[in-house]
Design a protein around this ligand. Structure first.
Ligand code: FPP
Length: 246
């Protein structure tokens, strides 16, 4: 019996965020180029997206390319961008079949034009889907997102349309790229690294963190289910005490 059968589907996290890490090490361990790891990472993405949708998760947000990743060797950056384009092309039919809506967060204007255009096209094609919302974080920096939100709010104050005292957490959150999503309740990071790496810093304030040693190309839906089971065993207190929760 797998982990799926033990999951309480009435207590699913609505939003799961994943830091997909370890593609390079996975490839290196097999004596291959790092790019080989990214190609195999796509197989994990496909399986996890399907598995999440099947279970009834509403939002899945994948850290696909950080702002810092632009500093990688040009060859690798180009390969990831091409992989993104070919994956979108190959998977769009499946996304439609599975009722998945594609979304992005991050500075996607920074992406090569072809990649940017393909993404916009795929988002438009899937816009009417009502199942899983699959968000790819691309050219994403959480600190930049927060600074941009602060700047946008400051401009509204400067223009006299908003008072400084009207700024609260809800309205700040409305200026983030994730404005139309609930915060992730579960954040998973693969590859045995214990870092957040500038990912969804505001949004994970109360998220449960789950770390696994598995490298991303080895991560499959069963591993997602295992993480969700672990999440369901935790007590989320939001600063209160146990007796107040139960
Ligand atoms: C982290 O592994 C992975 C990335 C920075 C790229 C993620 C991209 C993919 C899985 C492929 C494209 C995705 C989609 C959604 C089509 P790493 O390279 O940092 O590995 P390392 O830590 O072992 O070096």
């Amino acid at each position: 019996m797998g982990f799926k059968e033990d999951i309480d589907t009435h207590k699913l996290p609505q939003h799961v965020a994943i830091i997909m890490d370890g593609n390079g090490r996975w490839a290196k361990g097999k004596g291959k180029l790092r790019v080989f790891g990214h190609h195999n990472g796509v197989l994990s993405v496909r399986d996890v997206v399907e598995g999440a949708g099947e279970l009834g998760i509403k939002y899945l947000t994948l850290y696909t390319f950080s702002s810092e990743n632009w500093n990688r060797p040009k060859f690798e950056v180009t390969a990831i961008m091409e992989l993104l384009i070919s994956t979108i092309n190959k998977e769009i039919k499946k996304l439609m079949e599975n009722n998945v809506r594609l979304n992005t967060i991050g500075d996607i204007e920074m992406l090569p034009k072809k990649c940017h255009d393909e993404l916009l096209q795929a988002m438009a094609t899937t816009a009417g889907n009502t199942g899983l919302v699959l968000t790819l974080a691309l050219s994403y920096s959480s600190r930049r997102e927060i600074v941009n939100a602060a700047r946008a709010i400051a401009k509204r104050v400067e223009a006299g349309v908003l008072k400084a005292d009207d700024i609260d957490e809800d309205m700040f959150a409305q200026h983030l790229h994730t404005a139309d999503m609930p915060d992730p309740e579960l954040l998973i990071r693969t590859s045995g690294e214990y870092r957040i790496s500038n990912y969804l810093l505001w949004q994970i304030a109360y998220a449960e963190l789950y770390f696994t040693d598995k490298l991303w190309p080895d991560f499959r839906r069963e591993d997602l289910y295992e993480a969700i089971l672990d999440y369901q065993k935790r007590e989320r207190r939001f600063g209160m005490i146990s007796e107040q929760i139960n």
